[in-house]
Design a protein around this ligand. Structure first.
Ligand SMILES: NC(=O)c1ccc[n+]([C@@H]2O[C@H](COP(=O)([O-])OP(=O)(O)OC[C@H]3O[C@@H](n4cnc5c(N)ncnc54)[C@H](OP(=O)(O)O)[C@@H]3O)[C@@H](O)[C@H]2O)c1
Length: 268
C-alpha cells in the first residue's frame, strides 16, 4: 500500500515540499506520495490525529502551526528547546522534531562556512530565526538577532542566553560589521530588501532563507558587493532531507530534490 506523508500549513499554496519529496520517492523507487493540506489553526489537532488514524508515515508542519504543534507530540530535546516542530513521525507515539535548524546548518556547512567564533547577524525573530539562532549559539557563533519588533528579538535572546537582541535602528552598522548575515524574515519574496547594497562587502557571507525567488534582492546585492551567497533552496532541501530520513530511515538523494525544486521555481 502506498505510504503517505503530508505538510499542514495555512496558507499552503506555494509549498515546494511535494515536488521535492515526490522526486526523491521516484528516484529511490519508494511507493509513497507527499501531499499538502491547508489546515486552519483551530483544526490542527484534529488534522494531526486524522493523519495518524489514516496511517500516514508522518507530517511536516509549516507556517503558522510550528509552535502550536508542540502540544500534539513528544518533541526531541532540540525541538523542545527551540520551542517549535516542523516534522512529526507517527509510531506508538507522535515524535516531534525541528529540522529547520539542521537544514540551515547543513546549508552553511555545504558552502564551507564555519560559524564558530564568527559574528553572525540574524534578521528576524520568528519561527525560522528561532531555530537558526539556537543552532548558531550551539555552534559557538557570536549571535546578534535584529528584528522589526525589537521585543521579540530581546525575548528570543534572553531565552538563548548567549545572544544579543535588538531592533532595526542600528541595522546598517550591524550589517557592515558582521561576518555572516542571515535573513530569516519573510522579506525578499516581492522584490524588497531590508539591506542596502552599500552596507555589504567582500569577505562576508550572506544567507537568505527566503527561497522564492532563489536570488532575492538581498542575494543579488551581496553578489554585486563580492560577498559569498547562500540561497534558501539549500536550507529547504536539507531540512527536507532530514525529515525524509526521520520518516523512512534512508538518506534521500539531495541533488535530485534540489534539481526538482529549482526546476519548479524556474517554471513559476
Ligand atoms: N528555506 C527554508 O527551508 C525555510 C524554512 C523556514 C522558513 N523559511 C522562510 O523564512 C521566512 C520566515 O519564516 P518564519 O516561519 O520564521 O515566519 P514567522 O514566524 O512568521 O516570522 C516572520 C519574521 O519576518 C519578520 N517580518 C515580516 N514582515 C516584515 C517586514 N515587512 N519588515 C521586517 N520584518 C518583517 C517578522 O518580524 P516581526 O516579529 O516584527 O513581525 C518575523 O521576524 C518565510 O519567508 C519562510 O518561507 C524558509
Amino acid at each position: 500500500m502506498k505510504q503517505i506523508v503530508a505538510v499542514l500549513g495555512h496558507p499552503i499554496g506555494h509549498t515546494m515540499s511535494p515536488v521535492m519529496h515526490n522526486a526523491a520517492f521516484e528516484a529511490l523507487g519508494i511507493d509513497a506520495e507527499y501531499l499538502a493540506f491547508d489546515v486552519l489553526p483551530e483544526r490542527l489537532g484534529e488534522a494531526i490525529e486524522g493523519a495518524r488514524a489514516l496511517g500516514f508515515v508522518g507530517l511536516n508542519i509549516t507556517i503558522p502551526h510550528k509552535v502550536a504543534a508542540l502540544q500534539y507530540c513528544e518533541p526531541d530535546p532540540l525541538a523542545a528547546s527551540i520551542g517549535a516542530v516542523n516534522t512529526l513521525v507517527f509510531g506508538d507515539e507522535v515524535k516531534g522534531y525541528n529540522t529547520d535548524a539542521t537544514g540551515a546548518m547543513e546549508a552553511l556547512r555545504r558552502a564551507k562556512v564555519r560559524v564558530g567564533g564568527k559574528e553572525v547577524l540574524v534578521m528576524g525573530a520568528g519561527g525560522a530565526a528561532r531555530a537558526i539562532a539556537h543552532a548558531l549559539v550551539h555552534e559557538g557563533a557570536r549571535v546578534v538577532v535584529a528584528n522589526r519588533t525589537k521585543q521579540r528579538a530581546v525575548e528570543l535572546c534572553e531565552a538563548l542566553g548567549r545572544a544579543t537582541g535588538t531592533g532595526f535602528d542600528e541595522l546598517p552598522a550591524l550589517v557592515q560589521s558582521c561576518d555572516v548575515l542571515i535573513n530569516a524574515t519573510s522579506v525578499g519574496m516581492r522584490g524588497e530588501s531590508l539591506v542596502r547594497g552599500e552596507w555589504l562587502h567582500e569577505g562576508q557571507v550572506v544567507f537568505d532563507i527566503v527561497y522564492n525567488p532563489p536570488e532575492t534582492p538581498l542575494l543579488k546585492a551581496a553578489r554585486s558587493a563580492g560577498a559569498k551567497t547562500i540561497d534558501g533552496v539549500a536550507m529547504l532541501v536539507h531540512q527536507g532531507a532530514k525529515a525524509f530520513e526521520l520518516w523512512f530511515g534512508v538518506e534521500p538523494p539531495v541533488d535530485v530534490m534540489e534539481r526538482a525544486v529549482r526546476r519548479a521555481l524556474a517554471e513559476g
